[in-house]
Design a protein around this ligand. Structure first.
Ligand code: HEC
Length: 133
């Protein structure tokens, strides 16, 4: 079983204070985003298509994660922790495994920076649906 190295940290954060409790209940980051089956807003559909074509193999449909890669709808990837630049960097250069135990992410040659911009908008939307912002 793959256990995110960050889970201990999160439990610590959850215990820290009442103010943070909200982050530990229904919007728990390990749960799939609560998109409620609703349609993806038009402005994010290009990003969704590009994400499904290039990223979902590992990060899963709706970025909930797979056996090959972590969920991007996860506290660890909220905008303050992994800004939009981290997505550009990941796609352009790949990622050396550091947060998880899935191995390294290869660089994704098929996407341009403009594609990644669209993908980030879609992922941020998914994150907001899950209460991660
Ligand atoms: C072959 C599998 C694979 C594919 C395809 C893939 N990723 Fe990843 N990605 C990973 C893995 C594994 C990690 C986690 C590395 C770690 O342990 O921190 C990761 C991490 C990331 C991170 C976090 C980077 C950081 O700084 O920690 C971002 C952002 C990301 N991926 C975005 C994308 C995007 C956008 C795409 C599509 C263009 C994509 N990934 C396609 C496997 C993949």
């Amino acid at each position: 079983m793959k256990i995110p190295m960050t889970s201990k940290l999160q439990i610590g954060v959850c215990l820290l204070g009442l103010g943070l409790l909200a982050a530990c209940d229904s919007s728990a980051p390990s749960k799939p985003p609560s998109v409620g089956g609703g349609p993806v807003p038009a402005e994010f559909q290009t990003g969704e298509t590009k994400f499904n074509a290039n990223c979902s193999l590992c990060h899963g449909k709706q970025a909930v994660g797979t056996d090959h890669g972590p969920p991007l709808v996860h506290k660890v990837y909220e905008p303050n922790h992994h800004g939009d630049q981290a997505f550009q960097y990941a796609a352009a250069n790949g990622v050396r495994s550091h947060h998880w135990e899935f191995g390294n992410m290869p660089k994704i040659d098929a996407v341009t920076p403009a594609d990644v911009d669209q993908i980030v908008k879609y992922v941020r939307w998914l994150q907001r649906q899950a209460g991660i912002q």
